[in-house]
Design a protein around this ligand. Structure first.
Ligand SMILES: Nc1nc2c(c(=O)[nH]1)N[C@H]1C(S)=C(S)[C@@H](COP(=O)(O)O)O[C@H]1N2
Ligand SMILES: [Mo]
Length: 233
């Protein structure tokens, strides 16, 4: 076991990471116990929109751990020009969008202090500020059969999420970290931040959000290498 990294261990054991850090009892939760949650979900936009989601309890600003958030980037660090940056929202929508950062900054700002949990065995309490992803998705007017959302990043990282998790009120497209503008290495100008999923679901340098009816062959950078797709906390 010592020879395996945390990532390798989770992959080989088929263990959901959700129990490892937050479970508290020290007993890993095995795949058969979380089977239901690893299956892609299948709920409709209108059903989800009016279902109140239970918010995850947040931390106090005094509990932020500014040095605990480890930069974790699989490849290179893209540097995006804020002046020309556009966030594309497309796919199965009635109103495809190409938003500048100023467009995004005009939308309501949500700030939250949450725990970021990486599958490699570290966690950090972080404050994120940004726009709710549900607000962006609503602006794009999803068609009724949308079920999943793809995030494309400038470093060629990609992720896919279930729509329900995207509509959670604490799933943000963040442009602030710990009260400051988001640093480049943490995903500037725009990254996903959410207390309901593991760190690898939280794409940095997001340039494109695509709504789809079905998942494609690729489900995400780590998922395609065997990591759990839902990756809920
Ligand atoms: N585009 C992109 N997003 C990414 C990654 C990456 O390599 N590229 N790494 C993920 C992983 S594994 C984690 S834990 C978090 C780390 O966020 P941080 O570098 O801001 O601490 O980003 C996630 N988002
Ligand atoms: Mo991670």
């Amino acid at each position: 076991m010592q020879n395996f990294s945390r990532r390798e261990f989770l992959k080989i054991a088929g263990v959901s990471s959700s129990g490892l850090i937050l479970g508290g009892c020290g007993v890993p939760i095995f795949a058969d116990m979380v089977g239901a949650a690893t299956e892609p979900l299948n709920q409709k936009f209108e059903e989800l929109l009016f279902q109140p989601e239970k918010p995850v309890p947040e931390f106090a600003v005094s509990q932020i751990e500014p040095n605990q958030l480890i930069v974790n980037t699989f490849g290179f660090t893209p540097v995006l020009d804020p002046a020309t940056f556009r966030l594309i929202i497309d796919g199965e929508v009635n109103q495809p969008l190409s938003l500048s950062l100023n467009d995004i900054y005009k939308l309501p700002l949500t700030s939250m202090v949450i725990r970021h949990v990486c599958v490699e065995g570290w966690a950090a309490i972080v404050q994120w500020g940004g726009v709710r992803l549900r607000d962006l998705i609503q602006l794009a007017q999803p068609k009724p059969d949308v079920r999943y959302v793809y995030f494309q990043s400038a470093d060629r990282y990609s992720e896919s999420w279930d729509l329900r998790s995207c509509l959670h009120p604490q799933t943000l497209m963040a442009y602030q970290k710990n009260g400051e503008p988001l640093p480049i290495q943490n995903g500037a100008p725009l990254r996903v931040a959410s207390p309901i999923k593991l760190g690898y679901k939280q794409s940095k340098w997001v340039t494109r959000i695509t709504l789809v009816n079905q998942l494609g062959r690729s489900r995400g950078y780590w998922e395609d290498q065997g990591y759990e797709w839902f990756a809920g906390l």
